[in-house]
Design a protein around this ligand. Structure first.
Ligand SMILES: [Zn+2]
Length: 274
Protein backbone atom coordinates (compact mmCIF):
# COMPACT_ATOMS: atom_id res chain seq x y z
CA UNK A 1 0.00 0.00 0.00
CA UNK A 2 1.08 3.28 -0.20
CA UNK A 3 0.61 5.27 2.77
CA UNK A 4 -1.56 5.03 5.76
CA UNK A 5 -1.39 8.31 7.39
CA UNK A 6 -3.92 9.08 9.94
CA UNK A 7 -4.94 5.88 11.50
CA UNK A 8 -5.71 7.37 14.82
CA UNK A 9 -7.66 10.50 14.68
CA UNK A 10 -9.25 11.69 17.83
CA UNK A 11 -12.13 9.48 16.86
CA UNK A 12 -9.79 6.61 16.10
CA UNK A 13 -10.33 6.96 12.39
CA UNK A 14 -7.86 4.99 10.36
CA UNK A 15 -5.31 7.20 8.74
CA UNK A 16 -3.85 5.35 5.87
CA UNK A 17 -0.77 6.74 4.43
CA UNK A 18 1.20 3.85 3.90
CA UNK A 19 4.07 5.47 5.66
CA UNK A 20 5.37 4.89 9.09
CA UNK A 21 5.10 7.60 11.59
CA UNK A 22 6.40 7.93 15.10
CA UNK A 23 3.17 6.94 16.75
CA UNK A 24 2.80 3.75 14.80
CA UNK A 25 3.67 1.56 17.76
CA UNK A 26 0.89 3.21 19.69
CA UNK A 27 -1.41 2.53 16.80
CA UNK A 28 -0.39 -1.06 16.52
CA UNK A 29 -0.79 -1.66 20.19
CA UNK A 30 -4.49 -1.21 19.60
CA UNK A 31 -4.58 -3.97 17.07
CA UNK A 32 -4.84 -7.63 17.83
CA UNK A 33 -3.08 -8.41 14.61
CA UNK A 34 -0.74 -6.12 12.86
CA UNK A 35 -0.17 -6.46 9.20
CA UNK A 36 0.17 -3.38 7.07
CA UNK A 37 0.56 -1.44 3.80
CA UNK A 38 2.66 1.42 2.29
CA UNK A 39 3.22 4.23 4.69
CA UNK A 40 1.66 5.85 7.68
CA UNK A 41 2.21 9.49 8.35
CA UNK A 42 0.25 12.38 9.70
CA UNK A 43 -1.68 14.13 7.03
CA UNK A 44 -1.24 17.70 6.07
CA UNK A 45 -4.98 17.69 5.45
CA UNK A 46 -5.81 16.54 8.91
CA UNK A 47 -7.10 19.93 9.94
CA UNK A 48 -9.70 19.65 7.23
CA UNK A 49 -11.23 16.64 8.88
CA UNK A 50 -14.02 15.83 9.24
CA UNK A 51 -14.81 16.02 5.58
CA UNK A 52 -18.20 15.41 4.15
CA UNK A 53 -17.99 12.04 2.52
CA UNK A 54 -20.44 11.31 -0.22
CA UNK A 55 -21.85 7.81 -0.50
CA UNK A 56 -19.82 5.60 -2.75
CA UNK A 57 -21.22 5.64 -6.21
CA UNK A 58 -21.90 2.52 -8.19
CA UNK A 59 -19.17 2.65 -10.76
CA UNK A 60 -18.16 -0.11 -13.09
CA UNK A 61 -15.31 -2.17 -11.77
CA UNK A 62 -12.15 -2.02 -13.74
CA UNK A 63 -9.53 -4.56 -14.53
CA UNK A 64 -11.73 -7.60 -14.72
CA UNK A 65 -11.42 -8.29 -18.38
CA UNK A 66 -10.76 -11.81 -19.68
CA UNK A 67 -7.07 -10.85 -19.64
CA UNK A 68 -7.14 -10.50 -15.91
CA UNK A 69 -5.79 -13.94 -15.38
CA UNK A 70 -2.96 -13.64 -17.86
CA UNK A 71 0.08 -15.39 -16.40
CA UNK A 72 3.45 -13.71 -16.02
CA UNK A 73 6.37 -15.07 -18.02
CA UNK A 74 9.99 -14.89 -16.74
CA UNK A 75 10.55 -11.60 -18.59
CA UNK A 76 7.64 -10.05 -16.67
CA UNK A 77 9.43 -10.86 -13.43
CA UNK A 78 12.79 -9.39 -14.34
CA UNK A 79 13.99 -6.46 -12.27
CA UNK A 80 17.08 -4.43 -11.57
CA UNK A 81 18.45 -3.66 -8.15
CA UNK A 82 18.26 -1.50 -6.26
CA UNK A 83 14.57 -1.22 -6.93
CA UNK A 84 13.21 2.27 -7.38
CA UNK A 85 9.75 3.49 -6.46
CA UNK A 86 7.64 4.40 -9.49
CA UNK A 87 5.83 7.70 -9.01
CA UNK A 88 2.53 8.95 -10.44
CA UNK A 89 1.79 9.40 -13.35
CA UNK A 90 4.14 6.67 -14.57
CA UNK A 91 2.05 4.34 -16.80
CA UNK A 92 3.39 1.27 -14.98
CA UNK A 93 1.00 2.16 -12.16
CA UNK A 94 -1.86 1.65 -14.60
CA UNK A 95 -0.61 -1.41 -16.48
CA UNK A 96 -2.15 -4.83 -16.13
CA UNK A 97 -0.57 -6.92 -13.38
CA UNK A 98 -0.19 -10.55 -14.36
CA UNK A 99 -0.73 -13.54 -12.13
CA UNK A 100 2.32 -15.43 -10.91
CA UNK A 101 2.59 -19.19 -11.30
CA UNK A 102 6.34 -19.68 -10.96
CA UNK A 103 7.49 -19.75 -7.37
CA UNK A 104 11.26 -19.77 -7.75
CA UNK A 105 14.34 -18.08 -6.29
CA UNK A 106 13.82 -15.08 -8.56
CA UNK A 107 10.44 -14.44 -6.93
CA UNK A 108 11.95 -14.75 -3.46
CA UNK A 109 14.70 -12.33 -4.47
CA UNK A 110 12.09 -9.85 -5.71
CA UNK A 111 10.22 -10.15 -2.41
CA UNK A 112 13.45 -9.49 -0.47
CA UNK A 113 14.24 -6.46 -2.59
CA UNK A 114 10.72 -5.11 -2.19
CA UNK A 115 10.93 -5.36 1.59
CA UNK A 116 14.31 -3.68 1.39
CA UNK A 117 13.08 -0.64 -0.52
CA UNK A 118 9.90 -0.53 1.56
CA UNK A 119 11.87 -0.25 4.81
CA UNK A 120 14.31 2.24 3.30
CA UNK A 121 11.48 4.53 2.25
CA UNK A 122 9.68 4.22 5.61
CA UNK A 123 6.88 2.27 4.01
CA UNK A 124 4.71 -0.33 5.66
CA UNK A 125 3.49 -1.88 2.42
CA UNK A 126 4.43 -2.06 -1.24
CA UNK A 127 2.97 -3.53 -4.40
CA UNK A 128 5.06 -4.87 -7.29
CA UNK A 129 3.84 -2.33 -9.88
CA UNK A 130 5.20 0.40 -7.61
CA UNK A 131 8.68 -0.92 -8.36
CA UNK A 132 7.89 -1.32 -12.05
CA UNK A 133 7.17 -5.06 -11.98
CA UNK A 134 3.64 -5.63 -13.27
CA UNK A 135 2.68 -8.79 -11.41
CA UNK A 136 0.18 -9.71 -8.68
CA UNK A 137 2.43 -9.38 -5.66
CA UNK A 138 2.46 -7.24 -2.54
CA UNK A 139 4.46 -7.19 0.67
CA UNK A 140 3.77 -5.46 3.93
CA UNK A 141 4.74 -5.17 7.55
CA UNK A 142 2.67 -2.87 9.74
CA UNK A 143 5.59 -2.34 12.08
CA UNK A 144 7.59 -0.81 9.25
CA UNK A 145 10.87 -1.99 10.75
CA UNK A 146 12.95 -4.96 9.71
CA UNK A 147 12.96 -7.51 12.49
CA UNK A 148 9.80 -6.14 14.07
CA UNK A 149 6.17 -6.99 13.46
CA UNK A 150 5.29 -9.59 10.87
CA UNK A 151 6.22 -9.62 7.21
CA UNK A 152 3.32 -10.60 4.97
CA UNK A 153 3.79 -11.69 1.37
CA UNK A 154 0.73 -12.05 -0.83
CA UNK A 155 0.88 -13.50 -4.33
CA UNK A 156 -2.22 -13.41 -6.57
CA UNK A 157 -4.43 -12.15 -3.71
CA UNK A 158 -8.21 -12.14 -4.01
CA UNK A 159 -10.75 -10.78 -1.59
CA UNK A 160 -13.53 -13.19 -0.66
CA UNK A 161 -15.37 -10.96 1.82
CA UNK A 162 -15.68 -7.29 2.68
CA UNK A 163 -17.30 -5.92 5.82
CA UNK A 164 -20.27 -3.64 5.36
CA UNK A 165 -18.76 -1.34 7.92
CA UNK A 166 -16.66 1.35 6.29
CA UNK A 167 -13.96 3.47 7.88
CA UNK A 168 -12.32 6.71 6.87
CA UNK A 169 -8.55 6.92 6.96
CA UNK A 170 -6.02 9.50 5.86
CA UNK A 171 -3.94 7.64 3.30
CA UNK A 172 -0.64 8.33 1.70
CA UNK A 173 1.28 6.42 -0.96
CA UNK A 174 4.94 5.82 -1.75
CA UNK A 175 4.13 6.64 -5.39
CA UNK A 176 2.72 10.03 -4.31
CA UNK A 177 5.40 11.51 -2.05
CA UNK A 178 4.06 13.74 0.72
CA UNK A 179 0.48 13.60 -0.57
CA UNK A 180 -2.30 12.51 1.78
CA UNK A 181 -6.05 12.36 1.68
CA UNK A 182 -8.99 10.66 3.36
CA UNK A 183 -10.29 7.49 1.74
CA UNK A 184 -13.25 5.36 2.80
CA UNK A 185 -12.89 1.58 2.70
CA UNK A 186 -14.34 -1.53 4.38
CA UNK A 187 -13.08 -2.01 7.91
CA UNK A 188 -12.31 -5.70 7.54
CA UNK A 189 -11.80 -8.25 4.78
CA UNK A 190 -11.11 -11.89 4.10
CA UNK A 191 -8.38 -12.75 1.60
CA UNK A 192 -7.30 -15.80 -0.36
CA UNK A 193 -3.72 -15.76 -1.66
CA UNK A 194 -0.50 -17.71 -2.10
CA UNK A 195 2.79 -17.22 -0.31
CA UNK A 196 6.20 -16.94 -1.97
CA UNK A 197 6.39 -20.74 -2.17
CA UNK A 198 3.02 -21.02 -3.87
CA UNK A 199 1.14 -22.36 -0.86
CA UNK A 200 -2.48 -21.21 -0.71
CA UNK A 201 -3.82 -19.63 2.46
CA UNK A 202 -6.65 -17.43 3.74
CA UNK A 203 -6.37 -14.45 6.00
CA UNK A 204 -8.80 -12.25 7.91
CA UNK A 205 -7.66 -8.67 8.35
CA UNK A 206 -9.18 -5.69 10.10
CA UNK A 207 -8.12 -2.21 11.09
CA UNK A 208 -4.78 -0.95 9.84
CA UNK A 209 -3.69 -4.22 8.20
CA UNK A 210 -6.96 -4.35 6.24
CA UNK A 211 -6.46 -0.74 5.22
CA UNK A 212 -2.94 -1.39 4.02
CA UNK A 213 -3.97 -4.50 2.12
CA UNK A 214 -6.79 -2.72 0.32
CA UNK A 215 -4.58 0.16 -0.72
CA UNK A 216 -2.01 -2.27 -2.16
CA UNK A 217 -4.71 -4.45 -3.66
CA UNK A 218 -5.99 -1.42 -5.54
CA UNK A 219 -2.50 -0.99 -7.00
CA UNK A 220 -2.72 -4.53 -8.34
CA UNK A 221 -5.93 -3.53 -10.15
CA UNK A 222 -4.34 -0.32 -11.48
CA UNK A 223 -6.45 1.82 -9.13
CA UNK A 224 -4.80 4.75 -7.36
CA UNK A 225 -5.92 6.08 -3.99
CA UNK A 226 -7.00 9.52 -5.20
CA UNK A 227 -9.70 7.82 -7.28
CA UNK A 228 -11.42 6.82 -4.05
CA UNK A 229 -11.39 10.34 -2.63
CA UNK A 230 -14.35 12.66 -2.62
CA UNK A 231 -14.14 15.74 -4.83
CA UNK A 232 -13.64 17.84 -1.73
CA UNK A 233 -10.65 15.80 -0.59
CA UNK A 234 -9.28 15.61 -4.12
CA UNK A 235 -9.45 19.38 -4.44
CA UNK A 236 -7.03 19.59 -1.54
CA UNK A 237 -4.31 17.63 -3.35
CA UNK A 238 -5.02 18.59 -6.97
CA UNK A 239 -2.10 21.02 -7.19
CA UNK A 240 0.28 18.43 -5.77
CA UNK A 241 -0.83 15.87 -8.32
CA UNK A 242 -0.30 18.38 -11.10
CA UNK A 243 3.19 19.05 -9.75
CA UNK A 244 3.95 15.33 -10.04
CA UNK A 245 2.63 15.34 -13.60
CA UNK A 246 4.97 18.21 -14.46
CA UNK A 247 7.87 16.45 -12.74
CA UNK A 248 7.21 13.39 -14.90
CA UNK A 249 7.09 15.49 -18.07
CA UNK A 250 10.31 17.31 -17.19
CA UNK A 251 12.08 14.05 -16.36
CA UNK A 252 10.94 12.01 -19.36
CA UNK A 253 10.30 14.67 -22.00
CA UNK A 254 6.95 12.95 -22.60
CA UNK A 255 3.46 14.29 -22.02
CA UNK A 256 1.88 13.06 -18.81
CA UNK A 257 -0.12 9.91 -19.63
CA UNK A 258 -2.93 11.16 -17.43
CA UNK A 259 -3.96 14.49 -15.99
CA UNK A 260 -5.91 15.10 -12.86
CA UNK A 261 -7.64 18.07 -14.40
CA UNK A 262 -9.35 15.69 -16.81
CA UNK A 263 -10.93 13.86 -13.88
CA UNK A 264 -12.89 16.82 -12.66
CA UNK A 265 -16.43 15.78 -11.97
CA UNK A 266 -15.73 12.07 -12.18
CA UNK A 267 -17.33 9.78 -9.69
CA UNK A 268 -15.46 8.09 -6.92
CA UNK A 269 -14.28 4.62 -7.79
CA UNK A 270 -16.61 2.40 -5.87
CA UNK A 271 -17.07 -1.26 -5.44
CA UNK A 272 -14.20 -3.29 -4.14
CA UNK A 273 -12.96 -5.81 -6.66
CA UNK A 274 -12.41 -9.45 -5.85
ZN1 LIG B 1 0.20 3.27 -2.90
Amino acid sequence: MACISNWLHSSHALLPTLYRRPTLSAILSRLNHSYAVDRVFPSANQSKFPVKVAPLQAVAKRGFSPNEDEVACPADLQFETPLEIVEYPDPRLRAQNKRINTFDDNLKKLVDEMFDVMYKTDGIGLSAPQVGVNVQLMVFNPAGERGEGEEIILVNPRVSKYSKKLTLFDEGCLSFPKIYGYVQRPESIKIDARDASGTRFSLNLSGLPARIFQHEFDHLQGILFFERMTEEVLDGIRAQLQALEKKYEDKTGLPSPEKIENRKGKKIVAGFGK
